[in-house]
Design a protein around this ligand. Structure first.
Ligand SMILES: C[S@@+](CC[C@H](N)C(=O)[O-])C[C@H]1O[C@@H](n2cnc3c(N)ncnc32)[C@H](O)[C@@H]1O
Length: 281
């Protein structure tokens, strides 16, 4: 089972399976699934599921599958989503509508968050999910600005943030990147269910199954590491499992939004891996 995204990993998994096993490609973004279907059109052993990995147990049970041999969770947003102007993920595409939904069938948009959350709620998500030191001021200025006019476009939000962050911090990357990350995490509820997702994933692994998690930032890292550590500590065990976790935050730290710098920097993949055997699961 793998998250589809642009189907880069899925293509390699499908090739390796060589039609001898089934690949379940999950994504909550229907457009990503369409891209994956096209890319994997030569493989008949792939099932595409529009769904949320938080419901992995239910998804498998609906397919009549109890356990799987491998799970790849490449977390976060895809470059396809960031590059697509309509989706409103990028602070560089200033004419986009504030949207940021990975799943276009879900209700909450970035525009709702920016225009309806209280100052305290905005402060909480910008500081917690964006780790932004100017969170309070940004939250306050968003609330001031929306009294004048509803904030609709990415560029309008960028402008508020730009005016809020003191000039001497201008070289600290794009001023809007932390706030955009925070709002995107809130819109897609990316962090809270992660712990349970990892726990459920471990439960549906076959003996000697593998779970790979690729994280993008420290918040994901933390949730995944906590789940792994608790799994190691708490789980009652009668089989052996090998869990492999790829901590990719270093690669991703250097992965800039395409439009941030037209030369997307492809950095060498440095995996910090942790391999642990859970006995008596
Ligand atoms: C980083 S991309 C995956 C890229 C993919 N591994 C590749 O090789 O192209 C992450 C994908 O996971 C999807 N996604 C993120 N959170 C999800 C969730 N909770 N449930 C299902 N899909 C999710 C996103 O829509 C996005 O397409």
């Amino acid at each position: 089972m793998a998250l589809c995204g642009g189907a880069g990993h899925s293509l390699e998994i499908a090739k390796a399976l060589d039609n001898t096993g089934l690949l379940i490609g999950i994504d909550r973004d229907n457009e990503a699934l369409e891209v994956a279907k096209k890319k994997l059109e030569n493989f008949s052993n792939v099932k595409y599921i529009h769904g949320n990995h938080d419901e992995i147990q239910e998804i498998l049970s609906n397919l009549g599958i109890e356990k799987v041999d491998g799970i790849l969770l490449d977390l976060g947003v895809s470059s396809y989503q960031i590059d697509n102007e309509e989706r409103g993920f990028s602070y560089m595409q200033e004419e986009s509508m504030l949207d940021m939904r990975m799943d276009k069938t879900s209700e909450l948009t970035a525009k709702d968050v920016v225009n309806t959350y209280s100052e305290d709620e905005l402060y909480r998500i910008i500081s917690e999910y964006g780790e932004e030191r100017f969170a309070r001021k940004i939250a306050r200025n968003i609330c001031e600005q929306r009294k004048i006019k509803e904030i609709e476009k990415t560029g309008e939000l960028v402008e508020i943030i730009r005016k809020t962050i003191p000039a001497k911090f201008a070289n600290d990357g794009h001023p809007a990147k932390r706030t955009f990350q925070a709002i995107r995490i809130e819109v897609n509820n990316e962090i809270k269910p992660l712990y349970e997702t990892i726990m459920s994933s471990i439960k549906v692994l076959n003996k000697s199954g593998r779970l790979c998690v690729i994280t993008f930032h420290s918040l994901e890292d933390r949730a995944v590491k906590n789940a792994f550590n608790d799994a190691l500590r708490k789980m009652y065990v009668s089989k052996r499992f090998t869990i492999l976790c790829l901590w990719c935050s270093e690669i991703r730290k250097n992965y800039k939004q395409k439009t941030d710098n037209s030369n997307r920097r492809r950095t060498k993949r440095k995996f910090k891996s942790k391999e642990c055997k859970i006995k008596n699961f």
